[in-house]
Design a protein around this ligand. Structure first.
Ligand code: GLN
Length: 229
């Protein structure tokens, strides 16, 4: 294992938050997705079994889960931000993302300005919640704990719009054609995986595996499998 200490022997214990299709979501009794495949490569490199711990995104992004030892690695479609970098260490970026606006196709909403006075769903602790609070001041923001609750809220009409990352919202709109992503805000985000501050042994392996996956075709194969292009 090259000096990498794992909390549970022989296991790469990793935290994620569900559902976050196509990055990580439940299929039968399995957790599957693009990021799940990348974590599997890291575990393989460590001769370890990947063991997933499903937890709230708030505990992941705040660094609490890593700090208290709930997991060695955090992978949750998580944007690298300066505030988070104060609480744990990020891998090199492995995916680009932006905030996006999901509405009903027949709603006529195409701009952030039209959200004034409307109920807009965001997820607790996310970059989307921050973005909406700063850039859509006229909206009535309602906070939910996960993406499943957000999409249920727009389906039931509790909210008129959802702001979250483009990947999962485009995936939802593809599967639920009455909804559409009308706008992508150019927030220029990048996803990274997290380790406890100072766990450079694990971080080096993560970065090495991510880099190798780009050159040996496994990243592209996983991308094609989960994003279909
Ligand atoms: N990328 C966003 C963030 O880091 C959302 C992540 C998520 O909801 N899993 O805040």
């Amino acid at each position: 294992e090259g000096g990498v200490e794992l909390t549970n022997d022989g296991q790469l214990t990793w935290c994620t938050s569900l559902p976050y299709e196509p990055f990580e979501f439940q299929q039968g009794d399995q957790v599957v997705g693009f990021e799940v495949d990348l974590v599997a490569l890291i575990a393989e490199r460590l001769n370890a079994t990947p063991t997933v711990v499903v937890t709230a995104f708030e505990g992941i992004q705040s660094g609490t889960d890593l700090t208290v030892g709930t997991c060695d690695l955090a992978a949750a479609g998580m944007t690298i931000t300066p505030v988070r970098e104060e609480n744990f260490d990020f891998s090199e970026p492995f995916f680009d993302a932006t905030q996006a606006l999901l509405v009903r196709g027949d709603s006529g909403i195409t701009t952030a300005e039209q959200l004034a006075g409307r109920n807009v769903g965001v997820q607790n602790g996310t970059t989307g919640a921050d973005y909406a609070a700063t850039n859509i001041p006229g909206a009535n923001l309602i906070t939910f704990e996960d993406l499943g609750l957000l999409t249920t809220a727009i389906q039931t009409g509790q909210v008129d719009a959802v702001i979250q990352d483009n990947g999962p919202l485009l995936s939802f709109a593809t599967q639920n054609p009455e909804f559409t992503v009308t706008t992508e805000f150019d927030t220029g985000e990048q996803y990274g995986m997290g380790v406890r501050t100072g766990n450079t042994a694990l971080l080096e392996v993560v970065n090495e595996v991510l880099a190798t996956s780009r050159t040996d075709g496994t990243y592209d194969a996983a991308y094609e499998k989960w994003f279909g292009t």
